[in-house]
Ligand binder design. Structure first.
Ligand code: ADP
Length: 242
């Protein structure tokens, strides 16, 4: 492991003069399972949009030596930064294996998709194991349960060699069992990667976060362990005080 980490310095995003992200600085280490929380409108999604090239931003966001802000979306993906959205975007007509194969082959050119292979590429096999869908590899993605689709989408980032994963409410709509499975999955992938989870589910956060950043009105309100941010009176005020 190279010990790279995600470092944001004074990130700012404005929409027509409205400041949605107002000078956010934070560092997420490899092996960290960082939860990004905060009330609606705090700027969480916009911050992730800035890191993944969907909106323009000022300041700096680096992973290793690479500047991520204001780059093209596909370039950021190639730099090893992957993202999921609340609604999983998998190819429903294709099997689990084909979905992973397409993601893995995105950089290899279209011919790989047409070739019939007798063996499954190593990175795809590894991803299947990590996301726990090995037994369902030949199932159509469209028939998977909601949670399984989310895991498949995470697997698609893994085969693209994502080193930084930004996950938007990965457990929204999941059963308690699926939430727990997802937490275990995030622990497995987080051990060797940098993971940021935007989340509203506080129970899930308490169970799995190794660190938490609380955003409020575009700024970092509090940061620390779960216990530290929960004990922070400013956090209590934002969540309970109104
Ligand atoms: P969160 O994800 O924490 O709920 P968002 O990042 O979605 O917050 O939104 C932060 C603020 O920026 C909100 O006030 C929202 O209305 C505003 N905002 C987000 N996207 C846009 C946009 N494209 N144009 C104008 N305002 C936006």
């Amino acid at each position: 492991m190279n010990g790279d980490y995600l470092e944001l310095t004074d990130v700012r995003v404005t929409f027509d003069g409205f400041v949605a992200v107002d000078g956010v600085s934070m560092t997420v280490l490899q092996g960290d399972l960082r939860f990004l929380i905060g009330p609606n409108g705090a700027g969480k999604t916009t911050l992730v949009d800035a890191i993944t090239g969907l909106v323009a931003a000022s300041g700096s966001a680096t992973f290793g030596a690479t500047q991520l802000l204001n780059q093209k979306v596909h370039k950021i993906a190639r730099l090893g930064v992957g993202r999921t959205f609340q609604t999983a975007s998998v190819f429903e007509e294709l099997t689990v294996l084909q979905n992973l194969d397409i993601a893995a082959g995105a950089g290899r050119g279209p011919l790989t998709l047409l070739r019939r292979r007798s063996s499954v590429p190593e990175e795809v096999e590894e991803a299947l194991e990590i996301i726990g869908l090995g037994d369902l590899r030949d199932k159509q993605a469209g028939v998977l349960a909601h949670g399984q689709k989310q895991w498949l989408e995470i697997g698609m980032l893994l085969v693209q060699n994502a080193r930084v994963l930004l996950l938007d409410e990965p457990v929204a709509g999941m059963s308690a069992h699926e939430r727990d499975e997802t937490g275990q999955l995030l622990r497995r992938i987080g051990a060797e990667r940098t993971v940021v989870v935007v989340e509203h589910d506080m129970d899930f956060m308490r169970s799995f976060a190794t660190s938490v950043t609380v955003l409020h009105a575009g700024r970092v309100l509090s940061e620390g362990t779960v216990a530290e941010v929960q004990a922070d009176p400013r956090v209590q005020e934002v969540y309970l005080g109104r």
